[in-house]
Design a protein around this ligand. Structure first.
Ligand SMILES: NC(=O)c1ccc[n+]([C@@H]2O[C@H](COP(=O)([O-])OP(=O)(O)OC[C@H]3O[C@@H](n4cnc5c(N)ncnc54)[C@H](O)[C@@H]3O)[C@@H](O)[C@H]2O)c1
Ligand SMILES: [Zn+2]
Length: 370
């Protein structure tokens, strides 16, 4: 059943996000309603396929869609031009033509990769996002950023390409490993800090319920995050302005993710740490007081994040930060909190401050050995 509909307003590229549970029965009619062509390709990964692929294919065939599927191995490394090339080959060999559509069934990796395929195959075919991780449901499936990675940088090859609709079935979260719930909470807490003190209050009161997948708490938070992302996308589709606030926690987070070779930390986990470090920078720069800092860090610390903090190389992370694509003329831009619910873009954070904030963040997670 669909419980909520949130609209991304972008003129003729506008689209709805449907949020609900046990939604498969109405997927095909929704495709018809949106004028999706009969020929469909579902892209998914090896973890999601055994859980959700067959029922979806069966349902679509029942409604007379001509559907094939491509299952790739799971993992960030699949977001590559090589993998995209292999998928293009498969689609061309199968005779998938211009009047077809791509369905992304999976987490952010599948969403970004399938989005890239849809944006470029035959110069663009319709895309439907069916996000199955918490992170993808509250963030990556919304907003139209699609990409593959290059050995020289993450998300370097891509486009802005909006889906026809987003189909968020909360039931998918029940099969998600606990680590992926933690990861999704990274982006969720981010929305509270950057834009919405009310959401932050809700998280403080209910984070334990969210961690235990309480349906009502999840639906409320998910809907709010989707509304916030939809609103930012409507205001700034191509990230020329306000959408930059979404980068809170990400300047440090991306560097930590890369310093751990994308294995030690996944995206959302790195964002959790990035938000702690960047709050410490804001405190050191006098942009927030100790009270706000402690509130933000206190909430993040309630998320059961586990990783080998000793294995992260801080110097490597700092070196990586100076090569980040988002620095302008070598000056690193940080999105830093000025209170709960509001951030400011700041330049000129000095290196020693970045270093000490990183060290103190990692110290919080180091296991004490005597
Ligand atoms: N486009 C954007 O705006 C945007 C925003 C944030 C993140 N991202 C990208 O998203 C990616 C991370 O996405 P993610 O965290 O969803 O990772 P992911 O796609 O790798 O999924 C995480 C893991 O969960 C498994 N999985 C997915 N759904 C499942 C389910 N319902 N049950 C059991 N297992 C399931 C996957 O196979 C995978 O092993 C990164 O590549 C990041 O760059 C993009
Ligand atoms: Zn992110």
């Amino acid at each position: 059943m669909i419980h909520r509909q949130i609209d991304v307003a972008l003129g003729e590229r506008s689209y709805p996000i449907y949020v609900g549970n046990d939604m498969t029965a109405t997927f095909a009619p929704t495709c018809r309603q949106h004028g999706i062509p009969d020929r469909l390709v579902v892209l998914t990964d090896g973890n999601v396929a055994p859980l959700y692929l067959q029922p979806l294919l069966k349902h679509l065939r029942h409604f007379k869609f001509d559907v094939t599927s491509i299952t790739i191995p799971p993992g960030e490394r699949q977001k590559s031009l090589q993998r995209a090339h292999a998928i293009f080959t498969g689609m061309l060999e199968a005779g998938v033509g211009r009047r077809s559509a791509v369905i992304a069934l999976g987490g952010g990796v599948i969403g970004d990769l399938a989005g890239f395929i849809a944006a470029t195959y035959h110069r663009g075919v319709p895309l439907i996002q069916v996000p199955t991780t918490l992170l993808a449901q509250v963030d990556s499936s919304i907003g139209g950023k699609v990409a593959v990675n290059h050995p020289l940088g993450k998300n370097m090859i891509g486009a802005f390409y909006q889906p026809k609709f987003v189909w968020t079935d909360m039931e998918c979260l029940r099969t998600l490993p606990a680590r992926e719930i933690v990861s999704g909470l990274g982006e969720i807490i981010k929305y509270g800090v950057i834009l919405d003190a009310g959401l932050f209050d809700d998280l403080e009161a209910n984070i334990d319920r969210i961690l235990s997948l309480d349906r009502e708490a999840i639906l409320r938070v998910q809907t709010r995050c989707a509304e916030l992302k939809a609103d930012l996308t409507s205001q700034d589709e191509k990230e020329a302005g306000i959408r930059i606030v979404l980068n809170y926690g990400h300047t440090v987070g991306h560097a930590l993710e890369a310093a751990g070779n994308y294995r030690l930390l996944n995206h959302g986990e790195a964002v959790l740490l990035g938000m702690i470090a960047e709050s410490s920078i804001a405190l050191a720069m006098g942009m927030i007081g100790r009270d706000v800092h402690d509130r933000i860090v206190g909430l993040i610390r309630r998320v059961p994040l586990k990783f080998r903090a000793n294995a992260l190389d801080v110097s490597k992370a700092i070196a990586l930060m100076s090569h980040d694509k988002k620095s302008i003329a070598g000056r690193k831009r940080f999105v830093l909190p000025i209170r709960v619910g509001e951030v400011q873009v700041t330049e000129g954070v000095d290196r020693s401050m970045i270093r000490s904030s990183l060290l103190s963040t990692l110290n919080l997670y180091k296991t004490k050995s005597r």
